[in-house]
Structure formats: structure tokens, C-alpha cells
Design a binder for this molecule. Sequence first.
Ligand code: 5GP
Ligand code: MG
Ligand code: MG
Length: 176
Amino acid sequence: MTIKDKTFETSIPEAKILERVKLIADRINKDFEGRTPLFLAVLNGSFMYAADLMKNITIPCEISFVKLASYQGTTSTGTIKEVIGLNEDIRGREVVIVEDIVDTGATMKRMLETLGTREPVGLHICTLLLKPGKLTVPLDIEYVAFEIPNDFIVGYGLDYDQQGRNLRDIYTLVKE
Ligand code: 5GP
Ligand code: MG
Ligand code: MG
């Protein structure tokens, strides 16, 4: 399969993704029984995962969406990521962050810092994918559907240069 100039091969087929997503939802249903969590899905990458996950959540819950806006800082600190679109009052809530992928963990750390200032009672991480070999920030990640190698992947919400998010399966970049 080709996207723009790159070749990708199937890595995790849709059936396997859905099977694993159901298991994650089952765990959340058990863990959050009687607690009405607020799921916060991080756009754009998590849209497909969030949809399939939520279809399997059977406890009372809410879902909302945030985005991370990147801009260059005025100093040499590099890229700063700002959480935008959070309209809910999360004070006193159990919040479950729904992400597509945790790579170095820098993005998730930033999310936790920002959301933490709004005093939720609990902040939980639920990521579809984790690259343990790339993680440089210590994070307590409660829900991971798949641990994957350090290769670049697309599909099921994840993009290569904004394309490929629509693909049902997850694909790995074929190295030249
Ligand atoms: P971080 O390094 O902060 O954990 O991840 C930053 C962002 O890089 C992720 O939210 C995701 O958008 C992107 N990313 C990391 N690894 C991959 C990958 O293999 N494929 C795609 N499409 N995006 C990735
Ligand atoms: Mg993401
Ligand atoms: Mg991307």
C-alpha cells in the first residue's frame, strides 16, 4: 500500500484491533463502575479508536474532544503544545484521556500537566498504541491496546502527512 512517496505493509488487521479495543473497554467498565468517567479524546488521531472504544463502554459516561495546537515558542524551547477545545469543567471528575499513540511521551506529559491544573479527581491514560522503546518520560499508562516496535505506522486514525487516517487496518512503513 502506498501513501504519497512511502510504502506501507499491514501490521495490525482491523479484526485484531477491534478485539483488543473490546478488552480495553471491558476493563474500563469494571474499573469505573459507579464513577461516570469523562473520556477526553485527543483529535485528530484518536477519532477512530475513540469511536470503537465508546461503542463498547456500557457504564454511564461522557465523551468530549480536545486538540493539541503546536506553535514555536519565542525562546529556544522548541515546540509548545497547547490543549484547546476543553469546555468541560473537569474539577472533581474522573478523566480518561483517549490517545492514538504514545511515542516519547512528551505530548502526554504536557496533557497531564495542563489538565492537572484543573483539579480532576483522577487522570487516566488510555492509548491505542505505545512504543516502549521510545518512551523517555516516566508515565503511568493504565490502558494500552498494543505495544509496538519503534517503526512509523499509519491507519486507523493515524496519518502520514495527513493521509491514511481513514484506513481500517494499521500499517507499518516499509524501510527502503
Ligand atoms: P510523543 O513523542 O509526544 O509521545 O508523540 C507525539 C506525536 O507523534 C503523537 O501524538 C503522534 O501524533 C505522533 N506519532 C508518534 N509516532 C507515530 C507513528 O508511528 N505514526 C504516526 N502517524 N504518528 C506518530
Ligand atoms: Mg495523538
Ligand atoms: Mg500526525
